[in-house]
Design a protein. Structure first.
Length: 173
């Protein structure tokens, strides 16, 4: 479920394909993808243009479901074997949108907060850090319906972060 290119300057890094994406064979072909594209201010034609946007999930295949019907964590071998190699092969990436705790743990390491809220609330520091030789990182909550309550409790996300996200996406595509 990858979408990579030597031209894309923007990368989306999420968890792993869910059930619908597993069946479609294309990333973010579900309501989460609709919400993510809305946050970004782009349509499907731009989102699925590999020359404009790379998609590198933490897990490349559907990891299965847990006892409650939620997705299992991404399989760790994808990260261990492929992530450093893929990002090294795409040095032109200027911004990585890190969606959810697994992508945030990989891309932010020790700078990640103790909770998703803390990490996303500290988005300015992560975005402005821009470590030497690495792209800027912008942490986002997962765009799933399961986060509707989180979004209602954190109106600053739509008010402060989403406009910056849209500006950066427009600049990079």
């Amino acid at each position: 479920m990858l979408q990579i290119s030597s031209n894309a300057r923007l990368c989306v890094c999420g968890q792993a394909p869910g059930t619908r994406v597993h069946h479609s064979g294309q990333p973010f072909t579900d309501p989460s993808g609709d919400r993510l594209r809305n946050w970004m201010g782009i349509g499907k034609e731009v989102f699925y243009d590999a020359d404009k946007l790379a998609i590198v999930p933490m897990g490349f295949c559907f990891p299965g479901l847990d006892a409650k019907g939620g997705d299992l964590p991404p399989r760790p071998e994808c990260q261990a074997v492929w992530h450093d190699r893929l990002f090294a092969a795409m040095p032109q990436i200027e911004l990585v949108l890190v969606i959810g705790q697994y992508a945030q743990a990989y891309h932010l390491g020790a700078a990640r907060g103790k909770s998703l809220t803390e990490t996303v609330a500290n988005w300015r520091a992560h975005f402005e850090a821009r470590p030497e030789g690495r792209p800027a990182v912008l942490p986002l909550p997962h765009p799933s319906w399961r986060n509707n309550t989180w979004l209602k409790k954190n109106p600053w996300f739509d008010e402060e972060l989403v406009p910056v996200l849209r500006r950066e996406v427009a600049r990079l595509i």
